[in-house]
Ligand binder design. Structure first.
Ligand code: 6PG
Length: 252
């Protein structure tokens, strides 16, 4: 696995702008190389400003959305209209602004019997999109956006939860972790995350500084800080940090 790339931005606004530029550049390269771009959005609050910038489509963040398919790394098991819905936040900030079609946006299903059924359905959606059998070797997503909780979770892979150890499925269900909202989740698993061509963490805030330091400079157990399990092969991982989140790192 290649060493993580660490980029420390000037402030949260600079982080959002840098993330938008990184996404656009990755998209242009993917479309040039393979004629399409598969993007996985993360939830939470940090990426919201990045999605708004992408939704505005400035020259630096312009990309060919007609060749882009949008997926989700995790989802709260709530209706899209719920304030906690990751899809709802992406729809409001990006999807509606760009008028992306339903044929190119793949929300995780949360209006099914239960999270396990939603996870199984999403794995089938991914398998059909990529033309591979569910449960076979995971397909290669071009870019996965990730956040980090101050408990060390990423996507909805929470400390001490069994989803962290799922190796035979690309998507699974999980009970909530320690951090709000206390709702069941659907999440991509490490096998498909670590097959991605590129993963991009967006992390801001002093409350994450210690967990960032331990993940990047120590070797914590995956059950302690699941984000340490993001070790793509042969892909790459970049950490976009604001100064507060990077404040405990050893100066290089
Ligand atoms: C979610 C996210 C989650 C998020 C982190 C960071 O559904 O909550 O996918 O993994 O990225 O919890 O969230 P913030 O950006 O709000 O700190």
């Amino acid at each position: 696995m290649s060493r993580p790339e660490i980029l420390i931005c000037r402030d949260p606004s600079d982080l959002a702008a840098r993330a938008a530029r990184e996404i656009a550049a990755t998209a242009r390269a993917a479309i040039a190389a393979r004629g399409r771009f598969t993007l996985v959005l993360s939830g939470g609050s940090t990426p919201e400003k990045t999605y708004q910038l992408l939704g505005r489509g400035t020259a630096e963040t312009d990309l060919d959305w007609s060749q882009t398919s949008v997926f989700f790394g995790d989802e709260r098991f709530v209706p899209p209209s719920d304030p906690g819905s990751n899809y709802g936040m992406a729809r409001r900030t990006l999807i509606e602004r760009l008028q992306l079609s339903e044929q190119q946006v793949f929300p995780m299903p949360t209006q099914v019997a239960d999270p396990a059924a939603g996870a199984q359905a999403y794995e089938a959606t991914l398998a059909e999109f990529f033309g591979v059998a569910p449960g076979s070797e995971p397909p290669q997503l071009d870019l996965v956006l990730l956040g980090l909780g101050d408990d060390g979770h990423t996507a909805s892979l929470f400390p001490g939860r069994s989803a962290v150890h799922v190796r035979d499925r690309w998507v699974t269900a999980s009970p909530p972790g320690r951090l709000p909202p206390p709702v069941d989740r659907i999440t991509l698993t490490f096998p498909i995350l670590n097959r991605a061509r590129r993963l991009l963490f967006l992390v801001a805030g002093q409350n994450k500084a210690e967990v960032v330091r331990e993940i990047l400079e120590e070797s914590p157990a995956i059950d302690t800080y699941p984000a340490v399990g993001i070790q793509p092969v042969p892909g790459t991982v970049t950490w976009l940090l604001d100064p507060a989140a990077a404040s405990r790192l050893t100066p290089r």
